[in-house]
Design a protein around this ligand. Structure first.
Ligand SMILES: [Zn+2]
Length: 255
């Protein structure tokens, strides 16, 4: 992640932020602005200096504002647990540039990595304001691909897999629905399924034959908790033949 450092002089002492739960998105409400100008404007308001942690210019350049570990000054009542990102432009009147969108995604993905999974909100979600403007894209569009929900074609299968305890997500609770699965991961998943202890308890509901959600969920599975999956007694051969089908069919189903 390429962040241009700024080394601003701060007025007074900045406070450490003890928790980080969300990212709040803003616009500059000005068609053209530099990070230095915003620092000056915020100083003139009597603040410690620029209230945003990051500023993204129209050319996609990402500039550091307030240090990441300090409390910002960008959304009243929401500063204590949030990171503020501001985009150059007035999105009541203009559109975000592709360069800004792509830098915004990269920055947010980096913050997800650094700070754990965060909620991404627009300023107007937490306060009475038009910020970041009516033309600003949905916050979902700025989320890293891996953190987005499952695609519409896989939604039922994904819900089924979670409901049945097959998918637990990664260490951050991220299901990474759109990540791809390698053949070796798929083989490991299938082997664990096949080797799960046979019991008389029926806790895995086999989907109906008309639904291929079962195949889809294994094909695109990231982590599977096999301990919770107990094969139906007497269905072993059917199960293995299901796995054979899965090995042969792990391309994305066509709608
Ligand atoms: Zn704002």
């Amino acid at each position: 992640m390429n962040i241009t450092e700024t080394n601003f002089n701060w007025s007074g002492t900045l406070t450490n932020r003890s928790k980080t739960n969300r990212i709040i998105l803003h616009h500059a409400a000005a068609s053209s602005a530099t990070v230095e100008q915003i620092h000056q404007i915020h100083l003139q308001k009597g603040w410690s200096g620029i209230g945003y942690h990051f500023f993204i210019r129209k050319d996609g350049g990402v500039y550091r504002g307030r240090p990441l570990d300090k409390v910002g000054s960008h959304a009243s009542n929401a500063n204590n647990d949030s990171i503020g990102i501001c985009f150059e432009g007035n999105f009541e009147l203009e559109q975000i540039t592709n360069a800004q969108l792509s830098s915004g995604r990269e920055l947010i993905a980096y913050l997800f990595q650094t700070c754990g999974i965060l909620v991404v909100l627009k300023h107007r979600d937490v306060g009475v304001t038009a910020c970041p403007g009516k033309n600003f894209p949905d916050a979902e569009e700025l989320l890293p691909l891996s953190s987005r929900g499952p695609s519409s074609w896989a939604k039922d299968a994904a819900e089924w897999a979670v409901e049945h305890g097959l998918f637990l997500g990664d260490a951050n609770g991220d299901f990474r629905w759109t990540d791809t699965v390698t053949r070796e991961e798929l083989a490991a998943v299938c082997k664990r399924f096949a080797e799960s202890p046979s019991t008389k308890t029926q806790t895995l509901t086999q989907p109906s034959e008309s639904s291929d959600g079962f195949q889809r969920c294994i094909c695109f599975g990231f982590k599977v908790k096999t301990q919770q999956v107990q094969r139906r007694s007497g269905e072993h051969s059917g199960f293995i033949s299901k796995l054979r089908q899965i090995f042969g069919r792990c391309e994305k189903p066509t709608e």
